[in-house]
Design a protein around this ligand. Sequence first.
Ligand code: ATP
Ligand code: MG
Length: 251
Amino acid sequence: MAITIVFANQKGGVGKTTSAVNLGAYIAEAGKRVLLVDFDPQGNLSSSVGADKTRPGVYELLTGSIEPRAVVQTTDVTNLSIVPTTSDLTGANVELVDQQRREYFLRKALAPLSEDYDYIFIDCPPSLGILTLNGLVAADRVFIPMQCEYFALEGLTQLMESIRLVQKRFNTRLVIGGIFFTMYDSRIRIAQQVVREVIGYFGSKVFQTIIPRNVRLSEAPSHGVPINKYDPNCVGARNYQKLAEEVIARG
Ligand SMILES: Nc1ncnc2c1ncn2[C@@H]1O[C@H](COP(=O)(O)OP(=O)(O)OP(=O)(O)O)[C@@H](O)[C@H]1O
Ligand SMILES: [Mg+2]
């Protein structure tokens, strides 16, 4: 049975996708079987590993119109696979709203794949809508990437409310697996203050590794490979590798 982790934060551009792909790549490199699930109609995760978005993907998996294993694509990284997004997922957003037990679609869809992997990583869109809700219901743990800026803290309250709602009504297994900082720039004074406040509130839930701002991380997706294949020696790569070690160590 895989450990299913959802990357969630309704704030846009905080590093959900970058973290899912690069943590996935380093955990795969460590010998674990990892399945990435691109649950964002933007399709950034699919692009980040050069997946073919014209083939059946997560939408077909949700609707059950295809054998689950048929939507999985391999990547350039050994042990790292992906269920890509499809543009139809935008439609699923609307279609799901009227369905009974609409919160459980992704969980049901991923169940048959769980045996094949050690980790399943779900990347969510920047909202707390039905797609992110499905992600939270499907997961054992939620990972929250945060940018070190003042508004990051404001969004956090809303996210915590959604997580509590899911824990109470839909998925009692769900726990906060970890919070980590991305795009850290020590020259920005507020950054250090945000880190201190979040550690003060969440304590040991906060991972020790902080991901710095590093341009190589933003370049890698345009080559369709994770950072371990693009520039394994850059500071961003080294920190994602360290963070991956922490994730594995937490079990
Ligand atoms: N540590 C970093 N250093 C520099 N650039 C980064 C870093 N992490 C992410 N980026 C870049 O910042 C942008 C936003 O990152 P990303 O797409 O991972 O965020 P996201 O939370 O998934 O966004 P969205 O909410 O739109 O899905 C991207 O262009 C990405 O390449
Ligand atoms: Mg994203």
